[in-house]
Design a protein around this ligand. Structure first.
Ligand code: FE
Ligand code: FE
Length: 179
């Protein structure tokens, strides 16, 4: 199989002007938009949840999402960039889907919770993919301090995904199946 390799250009010092750096900043703006919209959507999901445990999980992740926003602002700061949000079509779509799930399921049912968990896990997986990639980009560019910050958020998104699976598997799916 052909491997695509390029000769090293030794332009690490000029990294800030590189297209890769620009792309990295653009993707940070995208996830910044995503987090800022998610922090507004999570309380609605909390309110819509049937079980107190799922509502508590959404409440917890609302606080954590605010931390992700603050962390991104630190990242922009460390990179000498202004924190600006750029519309993330993926998150907009995922949040639209969450709204439809609430509309399509009855309140006070476990089917509602099963649906909310599905919607939330799609969001978390999107975030995991994004932070996973951005962390590696930061590593490639030698932004060690940024790597650490993105890794913290990534770890929290993964924990959230696991916590949602636990709720689904402990009683939500079983009770939804019995409704
Ligand atoms: Fe997040
Ligand atoms: Fe998250």
């Amino acid at each position: 199989m052909a491997t695509q390799t390029k000769k090293p250009t030794g332009n690490t010092g000029k990294m800030k002007d590189s297209q890769f750096h620009e792309f990295f900043i653009d993707e940070l703006k995208d996830i910044y938009w995503a987090e800022k919209h998610l922090v507004k959507a999570l309380p609605k999901m909390q309110k819509a949840a049937t079980s107190t445990e799922l509502a508590a999980a959404f409440e917890k992740h609302t606080t954590e999402t605010q931390t992700h926003i603050d962390t991104l602002e630190k990242v922009f700061d460390l990179l000498g960039e202004k924190a600006t949000a750029k519309k993330c079509d993926a998150m907009a779509g995922l949040l639209e889907e969450a709204t439809s799930i609430i509309e399509d399921t009855d309140a006070d049912t476990m089917v509602r919770d099963a649906g909310l968990i599905l919607a939330a896990q799609k969001v978390e997986h999107y975030e995991i993919a994004t932070y996973g990639t951005l962390r590696v980009f930061a590593e490639n560019m030698g932004h060690t301090d940024v790597v650490e910050l993105l890794a913290q958020t990534l770890a929290n998104e993964k924990e959230t995904d696991v916590a949602l699976t636990e709720i689904a598997e402990s009683y939500v799916n079983e009770q939804a199946a019995a409704e």
